[in-house]
Design a binder for this molecule. Structure first.
Ligand SMILES: [Zn+2]
Length: 293
């Protein structure tokens, strides 16, 4: 989201004094003819996954990405579709959680990572239960009808899809203010539930501080699954991107996601791929049978 709430709905619920981000943040160059950022998919990812510091200040483009991202992005998805279906079945994951059937064909090239930046606890500290089911913002019913993104992922690692994955939905200023209608369907948007609080060093009403560590491992696990699902439907591994990097250089930009551990996400993706690839294997089956005795 942004230095204030990413979701318009929240702007009505909370008092906030907006602050404009420095315009010095330069955008990754975008080729409007090809409708993609400049460079190979891997080069694009290195620019679009620049570290996002407080108030949306961006670091330098990365020189390498943590494995397995470096060897996947832009390449064909070789994961067996039946194995992924088996995995989803085994884990009782419904199509409503992953945005539709994995047999769909997805045109979108970019997998955009956001955090909802809500609620803002202002001067208070974060509640101790933000990673538990009894923290009310982890209730997906709150997000089910929110139209702001394709997916919302709570801190327990559960997800809901207000839009199917193939719905051409826009959620950044680059899409709505710069590229316009032609950008429809190029981006898939995932909102990770994460609260904020005010930085006493910042302007009044700011929401600069996010929890540290930021997202839970369960949350990153589900984000990895959504990335696999989207990439499988696209055919090649999509380019992951942070919202703040997508909108860099656009006035009144956003600062999300904060405290996203890219290496941990990559590790969780590697673990997921290992599990999915083992689905239905005889050895795996024997272990399952043994465990049932
Ligand atoms: Zn956002």
């Amino acid at each position: 989201m942004r230095t204030r709430f990413c979701l318009g709905a929240f702007a009505l619920l909370f008092i906030f004094a907006p602050a404009h981000l420095p315009a010095a943040e330069t955008r990754c160059p975008f080729d409007e003819t090809k409708l993609e950022f400049v460079g190979s998919p891997l080069e694009q990812a290195k620019c679009l996954l620049r570290p996002v510091a407080e108030f949306g200040l961006l670091g330098q483009p990365l020189t390498t990405l943590p494995g397995p991202l470096e060897s996947l992005i832009g390449r064909p998805v070789t994961v067996n579709k039946e194995k992924l279906e088996h995995y989803l079945e085994q884990h009782a994951i419904q199509e409503t959680e992953i945005g539709g059937a994995i047999t769909n064909v997805l045109r979108a090239k970019y997998f955009v990572i956001h955090d909802v930046s809500a609620p803002n606890y202002h001067a208070q500290s974060f509640p101790t239960n933000i990673n538990d089911a009894d923290w009310k913002w982890n209730d997906l019913n709150r997000w089910r009808s929110n139209q702001a993104a394709h997916f919302f992922v709570n801190r327990l690692g559960q997800s809901v899809a207000p839009h199917t994955l193939t719905t051409p939905w826009r959620a950044t200023k680059l899409e709505s203010r710069v590229l316009g209608e032609k950008s429809r369907g190029l981006f898939v948007h995932t909102e990770l539930i994460q609260p904020r609080r005010a930085d006493p060093q910042g302007h009044p009403g700011n929401d600069g501080i996010a929890p540290l560590p930021g997202f839970t491992e369960a949350q990153l696990d589900r984000l990895a699954l959504l990335y696999l699902v989207a990439s499988m439907e696209h055919g090649t591994w999509m380019v992951p991107a942070y919202h703040a990097a997508i909108d860099a250089g656009i006035p009144d930009g956003h600062d999300d996601p904060q405290n996203f551990d890219l290496t941990l996400w990559a590790n969780r993706l590697a673990a997921l791929l290992e599990t999915v690839r083992a689905e239905g294997d005889p050895l795996n089956q024997r272990n399952t049978d043994f465990n049932r005795r």
